[in-house]
Design a protein around this ligand. Structure first.
Ligand code: AMP
Ligand code: MG
Length: 418
């Protein structure tokens, strides 16, 4: 693996399957080394570099799950109703270490420490209180409405594993366990660049033969959503071999990942592959049996992971999500795979040529009796088109060997976040 001349990289007509290409891209991605220590307030979305142990048990002490009365079950002798004097009042934050006197109940509120010897809390709706005593008619279960110390997380137990991203619920768990700081992987330094003499940035008038650069903003916005990315936007490069070569060489020196768009096909104006070869890059993926997006390069340029996306916007978006993003996640040190696939069924007909896995932009308004979305196809999903992917609720996947899609056919759909 890893030679530009190798057929196994997907050259000479032997396109790699999408799964094989993804596996290769992930295999050549090296996780960023080292760690930095961050306060929880700064750590949202970052990737844990080491497991985190609970500093404190969660909850830290036995406490009441409800507003009510703490009692000793052993006081409820014979058949009810039972009358108990109220001997104490315990609110949340009460620091006293109380012992519930035998033959009494303690007024207690949610989150308040359970007095020693009490073994159940009866909710206030189930007792009648007259003056300083309460009457119970039903025998409570042992431990009823008591949240036990450490039942959520034991003191010293592993709260989170290395390689997970710190989502809001995970940060909340760490906070609850008394963890204030975490060791996270350094940010992944990602450089993006667009190639093409025809490209202009929106906000400027188009010259003859020009189009607006949509890939730059697509990649920028996608990467901006990843807290573990430190992004460098290297702008637009002209289709000039020397210029491209110098730019990718410099980018690879200061970044962990370089992502370009355009210029990866075999055309005379496609200079990325030649530039990569001239810089002695090792190319692990060259051609993928994917529609849209067959021309696609993944390899190593110096110490950096290089991803050459196709120029066509829909092809760039699909190949980024299916092949580049898993590799990027690996560089970040992430060990968990997101699963945003859903079983669905086609609501459309479509005849196609076989050989490539196809990603079709879809919407749906109805579901079948099993709850599966019934998919409508949005136009032909042409690799240059922007409107279908902008309107899509998801992307359906057609396996390489399927030559016709018909209504009712099961198809998985990848959900897209708005
Ligand atoms: P290429 O891969 O460079 O041959 O480009 C394939 C097609 O994608 C051409 O029609 C390009 O004009 C178009 N294209 C390339 N880069 C971009 C970009 N950054 N934004 C929008 N379209 C692009
Ligand atoms: Mg081009």
């Amino acid at each position: 693996m890893g030679t530009a001349a190798s057929c196994s990289a997907g050259r000479a007509g032997s396109a790699l399957s999408v799964d094989a290409a993804r596996l290769r891209a992930v295999a050549v991605a090296t996780p960023v080394a080292g760690a930095e220590t961050l306060h929880l307030d700064e750590a949202a979305g970052r990737v844990l570099a080491a497991p985190v142990l609970a500093v404190s048990a969660l909850p830290p002490f036995d406490n009441s799950a409800m507003d009510g009365y703490a009692i000793r079950l052993s006081d409820l002798t014979g058949d009810g109703p039972w009358h108990l004097p109220v001997s104490a009042r315990i609110a949340a934050g009460d620091g006293r270490r109380l012992i519930l006197p035998q033959g009494s109940a303690a007024r207690i509120f949610t989150g308040a420490p359970i007095p020693l010897e009490a073994d159940a809390v009866v909710i206030q709706e189930q007792v009648s209180r007259v003056g300083d005593s309460v009457t119970l008619t039903q025998r409570p279960r042992a431990g009823q409405n008591i949240r036990r110390q450490g039942e959520d997380m034991a003191h010293g137990a592993p709260a989170l594993d290395a390689g997970v991203a710190l989502s809001p619920p995970r940060l909340a768990l760490l906070a609850g366990c008394g963890v204030a700081e975490v060791a996270v992987r350094p940010k992944v330094r990602v450089a993006i660049l667009s190639t093409g003499n025809e490209l202009a940035e929106p906000g400027r008038a188009l010259g003859p033969g020009q189009i607006y650069n949509s890939n730059r903003v697509l990649l920028r916005a996608t990467l901006a959503g990843l807290s573990w990315v430190a992004l460098s936007d290297l702008g637009i490069l002209p289709d000039d071999p020397a210029c491209i070569r110098a730019a990718i060489r410099d980018a690879a020196r200061g970044h962990d990942v370089v992502i370009s768009s355009g210029g990866v096909s075999a055309g005379e104006e496609d200079h990325i592959l030649d530039a990569l070869r001239a810089e002695a890059a090792e190319l692990d993926v060259l051609k993928v049996a994917i529609r849209p997006g067959k021309p696609l390069t993944v390899g190593r340029l110096g110490a950096a992971l290089y991803v050459g996306l196709p120029g066509n916007p829909y092809a760039a978006a699909i190949t980024f999500s299916q092949i580049a993003q898993p590799a990027l996640r690996r560089v970040a040190g992430l060990l968990e795979e997101p699963d945003n696939w859903l079983p669905a069924i086609a609501g459309f007909r479509y005849r196609r040529s076989t050989g490539r896995r196809e990603y079709v932009p879809v919407v749906w308004t109805e579901r079948d009796p099993m709850g599966r979305p019934i998919l409508d196809r949005l136009g032909p999903g042409a690799s240059a088109a922007l409107s279908p992917m902008a309107r899509a609720m998801g992307i359906a996947v057609i396996p390489p060997d399927v030559d016709a899609v018909h209504p009712g056919m099961p198809l998985p759909v990848m959900l897209l976040c708005p």
